[in-house]
Ligand binder design. Structure first.
Ligand code: NDP
Length: 289
């Protein structure tokens, strides 16, 4: 079994990004600038945004964070988006999700200039991705494609099962893997909460991408020998034996599943680091355009 090391792959990608950023600065261009908008004080969102800021700085990307109160109105947030769309200093920005319930997420995403939409959530970027045109692709699926490429995992002609159909992970992942393109050409089955006989489907998969948000959902008896398993999930589980009183786990029962796989991602240290690296790559692409 080969453990897919997301930290190592992300470090390699970040090194390439840092080299490109340095080359831009050497040719008198400004450094790419990534802004993040954080509404409210959700602890997980605060951690994500801080990690993105730290990772940006490490590769030479300028970073700024707009911290807004949970009481911010939709109009105030739309005004800030309008400002960031027009700000020539900013090449790309993200609005960290989830947003407070009184704010309409679709309206917010649609208001972002798609050329600065480094999260790749805007309908224009999603549409271009579906058509196979150059676009800013959602960071998590983008990161997973890098992982598959780094570990030379063939997707052409393979049976891939994607568990979960969210707009940010499962759906774009299924489209990217089924495209007529490098890292594509797979036969993809997209499963969700209404899927029947899930185990029968996963047992036929050469590659499984688990993104359903259910801790340790994918069990050893749902995976065939030699399969590749990519675990997108991330959960904090109370654990008295752990020093911090909790442990992190994914959507995959790692202990049982890893006994059968040819390759598997751990949690933490698998998909998570790649998501951030892919976001930085999107920022670089946005700056170059
Ligand atoms: P969502 O909650 O938006 O989507 C979950 C999907 O899983 C839905 O399509 C849902 O089906 C499906 N689902 C839920 N329960 C079942 C079930 N029992 N059987 C089959 N399908 C099921 O999740 P996200 O895509 O946003 O995230 C998935 C996981 O990945 C989460 O743990 C999240 O924290 C993590 N994540 C990690 C990232 C990283 O960088 N490592 C980035 C983004 C997410 P239906 O559509 O029918 O409701």
């Amino acid at each position: 079994m080969i453990l897919i090391d997301g930290r190592e792959a992300a470090a390699k990608l970040k090194k390439e990004i840092a080299r490109e950023v340095a080359a831009m600065i050497d040719s008198d261009m400004k450094a790419p600038h990534l802004a993040a908008v954080l509404v409210g004080d959700d602890p997980a969102s605060q951690t994500y945004v801080s990690s993105k800021e730290k990772a940006s700085r490490a590769v030479g990307i300028t970073s700024s964070i707009y911290r807004l109160s949970a009481k911010t109105t939709e109009k105030e947030l739309l005004d800030l988006i309008d400002f960031l769309n027009k700000d020539e200093e900013v090449d790309g920005f993200i609005v960290q999700l989830p947003l407070p319930n009184h704010i309409n997420v679709e309206r917010i995403i649609n208001a972002i200039d798609y050329r600065k939409d480094v999260d790749g959530f805007h309908p224009m970027n999603v549409g271009k991705m579906v058509l196979g045109e150059p676009s800013l692709i959602s960071a998590t699926p983008r990161g997973i494609l890098y992982l598959l490429e780094t570990y030379k995992i063939e997707t052409k002609g393979k049976n891939v099962v994607v568990l979960g159909r969210s707009n940010i992970v499962g759906t774009p992942m299924s489209i990217l893997l089924s495209r007529k393109a490098p890292n594509g050409d797979a036969t993809v089955t997209l499963c969700h909460s209404r899927t029947q006989n899930l185990k029968e489907i996963t047992l036929k998969a050469d590659i499984i991408i688990a993104a359903i948000g259910q801790p340790e959902f994918l069990k050893g008896n749902m995976v065939k020998e030699g399969a590749v398993v990519i675990d997108v999930g991330i959960h904090r589980i109370d654990d008295e034996k752990a020093a911090k009183g909790y442990r992190l786990t994914g959507d995959v029962d790692f202990k049982a599943v890893s006994k059968k796989t040819s390759h598997i991602t751990p949690v933490p240290g698998g998909v998570g680091p790649m998501t951030i690296a892919a976001l930085l790559k999107n920022t670089l692409l946005a700056a170059k355009k």
